[in-house]
Ligand binder design. Structure first.
Ligand code: KIV
Length: 294
């Protein structure tokens, strides 16, 4: 696979489906990379699945950067997209550009993602003008959870669906090279996908999007606090992990771990000398009988 770039993602529209997965650390990035994923999203969902918060609002720029750096080290070909956390772009346009820039400069990401419709157009235009590729995010935008009253399906009325289409077109026009559309009725997502010149990456938005994104821990069965309807688990690694850890703890307690194959040996002569040195070592271990340091 060749290195994925923002223009390559846009060019994929209408030619093939794009697979994006969240990743929050080096090990996950390497697995996803080996599996041939097109894009790795260092999602602010890490607040929930990695840091244990109730929602995505608490995660900071520094925490997002820390994880972005790790993912970038593990991703050779996949395009790393860093999620801009709550209040890192809403307060002012200059702050939005500076924070987006940190994800490329320090985090070595290839793009950033931010949530919102027309209200974030000034930020999108300025970030794109600074040479930073931007992914938009409409529909259910988890950073608005307080205003939305929970994690709910969006755009179910004709008016709300029309507003979403308007927002999506405006974001593409402002320079977004792709758009995540989350938790909206499938027919609305299909129409948005048809009208948009850039790829739609759906999550809970049906099969007609140009690509799909899911959370790493959801796909692999590593997060059991909440399972949205749109998630399909492809493995139950959480159960496997608990089984393996239980076996290991039992082996430690019953003395079968470590086995002979896990230990390091010592030359018999060196061991014999060690025994005689140990016999001469006083209980406080500070000095040898001849006055030297231990
Ligand atoms: O943070 C995240 O994981 C996301 C995806 C759900 C698209 O924004």
């Amino acid at each position: 696979m060749t290195k994925m770039t923002a223009p390559a993602v846009t060019a994929a529209k209408g030619t093939r489906k794009l697979a994006m997965l969240t990743a929050y650390d080096f090990a996950a990035a390497r697995l996803a990379e080996t599996a041939g994923l097109d894009m790795l999203l260092v999602g602010d969902s890490l607040a929930m699945v990695v840091l244990g918060h109730e929602d995505t609002l608490s995660v900071t720029m520094e925490e997002m950067l820390h994880h972005t750096k790790a993912v970038s080290r593990g991703a050779k070909n996949a395009l790393v997209v860093a999620d801009m956390p709550f209040l890192s772009y809403q307060v002012s346009v200059p702050e939005a550009v500076a924070n987006a820039g940190r994800f490329l400069k320090e985090g070595r990401a290839g793009a950033v993602k931010l949530e919102g419709g027309k209200e974030v157009l000034p930020q999108v235009r300025a970030i794109v003008a600074a040479g930073i590729p931007v992914v938009g995010h409409v529909g259910l935008t988890p950073q608005h959870v307080a205003a939305l009253g929970g994690f709910k399906v969006q755009s179910r009325t004709a008016e709300a669906a029309a507003r979403l289409l308007d927002d999506a077109l405006a974001l593409a026009e402002a320079g977004c090279f792709a758009l995540v559309i989350e938790c909206i009725p499938a027919p609305v997502a299909a129409l948005v996908t048809e009208r948009l010149p850039v790829p739609t990456i759906g999550i809970g938005a049906g099969p007609d999007c140009d690509g799909q994104v899911l959370v790493f821990h959801d796909v692999l069965g590593l997060y059991d606090r909440f399972l949205p309807k749109f998630v399909k688990r492809y493995a139950e690694l959480g159960e496997l992990a608990v089984g393996a850890l239980t076996q290991w703890a039992d082996a430690v307690r019953n003395g079968t771990f470590p086995g002979p194959e896990h230990v390091f040996s010592m030359e018999p002569e060196a061991y014999a000398t060690f025994l005689s040195l140990a016999a001469c070592t006083p209980p406080d271990g500070s000095k040898t009988p001849d006055g030297g340091s231990v």
